[in-house]
Design a protein around this ligand. Structure first.
Ligand SMILES: NC(=O)c1ccc[n+]([C@@H]2O[C@H](COP(=O)([O-])OP(=O)(O)OC[C@H]3O[C@@H](n4cnc5c(N)ncnc54)[C@H](O)[C@@H]3O)[C@@H](O)[C@H]2O)c1
Length: 377
């Protein structure tokens, strides 16, 4: 498919999705073409606030618009797959918030359709563009970690009070924020998983998805590698401040996440005298990788200035490590025919299915489950 010089983007879903509007508007090589959400009052409000004339309450109508090249989907989780497939069938490129889908079949349908049409797909996983991840990846790429030995990640969040489909959600059904970084650091793929459930959530939530577990902990074996990773998650009834952590252990250096939000990363360097092994490090920002017009968006203050309010996930998630402008830039560059656009459809399926199959494994007492061959290409 021919690259686009100046892609025209539509955003679907304007809760979390609205955070991306001012970034596309300022990106020098993209046009914020249209916005879409069902409630006409909110649509009007958001459209007026950001000065966007083209507004749709119907997703189907938006997909007929020939002036829209690509959609950035931010609708509720159960709709991601259907909305992605609809867009691909309408000939639109897709960026979609996490997770890619909620079933093996839907992930496969998206991968197949991308392969058939040549359309681009990128899962908008925030953590793999967070400054802490970019810092660890830089250390890895520069060889400063030495040989990679183990990775670990967690995502714990108290989801009481979040919309309808969250109560009772199996923790591993929303695991991309921790699976993404452990696989993404070396651009690895998960080959098989074994997951244990632990503890129980309140009984009234057991029926929602047939899942009783308070915590799920999965081990991921990487394909064509001696590496494995451990990931743990909780959503309800576990006393823990919000934390999305990544830890990487190398032969020369390791990096550990702070226990409490806003603490510093700890870098351990091998063979130093014992008290000097750990060092608290201020994580650098990676705004220099972005066009100057959107560089300021790695810092949260810009949003308050622009829109007057922030999405709850932004406040709880500490601005997602400054990832939003990187996601926008990666997607725009992907459509323009350059850049990696990580993770693509196959990689996104592998990341998403690691979570889905981990939950299946937990329900079967930790049984080893292999990722499908087509997600390992
Ligand atoms: N760190 C992250 O990556 C991160 C953070 C927050 C939210 N999210 C994801 O973003 C998505 C949205 O989350 P939210 O909290 O904003 O949800 P929300 O329920 O507040 O908003 C959903 C939006 O989608 C719109 N919508 C739903 N169905 C539609 C349809 N058929 N056509 C047009 N518009 C439709 C709604 O009108 C609304 O604007 C979720 O999938 C969530 O997982 C990701």
């Amino acid at each position: 498919m021919k690259p686009l010089t100046h892609p025209r983007i539509a955003i679907i879903g304007l809760g979390f999705g609205a955070e991306f509007i001012p970034i596309y508007q300022r990106h020098p090589n993209a046009t914020m073409e249209a916005i879409c959400q069902r409630n006409p009052d909110t649509l009007k409000q958001v459209g007026e606030k950001f000065g966007i004339a083209k507004r749709y309450t119907s997703y189907e109508e938006l997909l007929k618009d020939p002036e829209v090249d690509a959609v950035h989907i931010n609708t509720p989780i159960p709709d991601h797959a259907a909305h992605t497939l609809q867009a691909l069938r309408a000939g639109k490129h897709v960026a979609c918030t996490v997770p890619m889908a909620t079933s093996v079949e839907d992930c496969k349908a998206i991968v197949d359709l991308c392969a058939q049409t040549g359309l681009k797909y990128m899962m908008m996983e925030t953590v793999v563009y967070a400054r802490e991840f970019l810092f660890m990846r830089q250390l890895f790429q520069e060889g400063r970690l030495g040989k990679l030995q183990f990775l670990k990640a967690s995502h714990q969040q108290d989801m009481d009070g979040w919309p309808g489909y969250w109560p009772g959600l199996p923790p591993m059904h929303y695991a991309t924020h921790c699976v993404g970084p452990v696989l993404g650091l070396g651009r690895n793929q998960a080959q098989y998983v074994s997951c244990f459930g632990s503890g129980t959530i309140r009984e009234e939530m057991h029926g929602c998805y047939g899942s009783p577990y308070a915590v799920e902990t999965t081990h991921i074996k990487f394909k064509d590698s001696d590496l494995s990773a451990q990931v743990y998650r909780s959503l309800f009834d576990v006393a823990r401040q919000y934390r999305e952590s990544i830890e990487v252990y190398g032969s020369k250096q390791s990096v550990e996440w702070p226990l409490v939000e806003h603490g510093k990363l700890v870098v351990h360097t091998a063979k130093k005298p014992e008290p000097e092994i750990p060092e608290e490090v201020e994580c650098p920002d990676f705004a220099h990788l972005l066009p100057p017009e959107i560089a300021a968006f790695t810092r949260g203050g810009v949003y308050s200035h622009d829109s007057g309010e922030e999405h709850l996930s932004f406040t709880q998630g500490g601005g997602h490590g400054g990832s939003h402008p990187h996601l926008v830039h990666q997607f725009v560059e992907l459509l323009r025919g350059s850049g990696e656009g990580y993770p693509n459809a196959v990689q996104s399926a592998n990341i998403t299915l690691t979570g889905i199959l981990s939950h299946q494994s937990a329900m079967r007492g930790g049984e080893l489950i292999a990722l499908p061959e087509w997600s390992l290409q």
